[in-house]
Design a protein around this ligand. Sequence first.
Ligand SMILES: C[S@@+](CC[C@H](N)C(=O)[O-])C[C@H]1O[C@@H](n2cnc3c(N)ncnc32)[C@H](O)[C@@H]1O
Length: 305
Amino acid sequence: MNRALITPAQFAAFGAAGTDAHRMFSDGDGWIERLAEDVLISHKSDAALDAMRDGLAEWTAANGWQPRRIFGKLLPKQNEDRDPPVLLSGDAAMPLTGVVCENGVSYGLDFAAGYSAGLFLDQRMNRAFVRNAAPKRMLNTFAYTCSFSVVAALAGAETVSIDLSKKSLDRGRANFALNGIDPNAGHKFIADDVLEVLPRLARRGEKFDAIVLDPPTFSRGNKGRRWQVGQDLEELVIAAMDLAAPRSRILVSTNCTTIQFADLERIARFALKFHRRPGDLHREAQPPDFPPGHGARTLWISLRG
Ligand SMILES: C[S@@+](CC[C@H](N)C(=O)[O-])C[C@H]1O[C@@H](n2cnc3c(N)ncnc32)[C@H](O)[C@@H]1O
């Protein structure tokens, strides 16, 4: 480990902001996330896991905060080798579910649900941006557990969340309920292929003033259709812009390591030119617990007309 863990002041600042889901440490070999009372260590090797466990033990002894459980998750070289986290310490009889808070908003976690437990922490600043922007209608594509829809709904938006996985959308509905929002009041959850739904929405003349595009690097959609972000992102942004109301905002985000900010900017400018619409580009600040090079590359397109 060649970086320090989170400082006690940073740890306390997250707590004061109503956030108990954040990174405690990151380097090239993995990272440590606090998830409410639990900790998840994502590691590239057994040696990295051991080093992070030792570092965490020193930190908790010095700072008087003990995790209830520690989970470990191998960061595999191939997507196909992705396994759910394993319990490394703590009560094995406890349910593998939990709830975390981010800026006072609650999200359910499930450590048994698969490789990801339910909330991508690197999107914290973008979720805050959506909540502040207070859109009236928001379209959340590749919605997963609908965290972006929840913050939009809390700000008063009607939301449409699309994901291939019905199970993820059900978890999204549960996230609405967890925050006191009725998921059936002005919100739609569409379990289908984003690439097929977007043209359908466009044909119906639907418009949104916030659109989230945060696709996976690879996936197989309906009828075995292959999605590859490196090849297909430009077409996705162009299709989404058909649904963008005047002065709306579109988030373009990727975890694909071969796509850099400059690539996102090029794609965004091409889509604006294609639609002959004026717009500005900006990036929200990197979350303070994510060092440079960690987390998704994200870009907001703000349409001026
Ligand atoms: C990277 S996650 C999205 C994370 C989400 N934006 C968030 O911040 O929580 C990718 C999601 O895309 C969904 N997905 C993959 N291919 C899809 C497709 N063609 N149409 C709809 N959803 C898809 C997966 O089921 C998964 O939930």
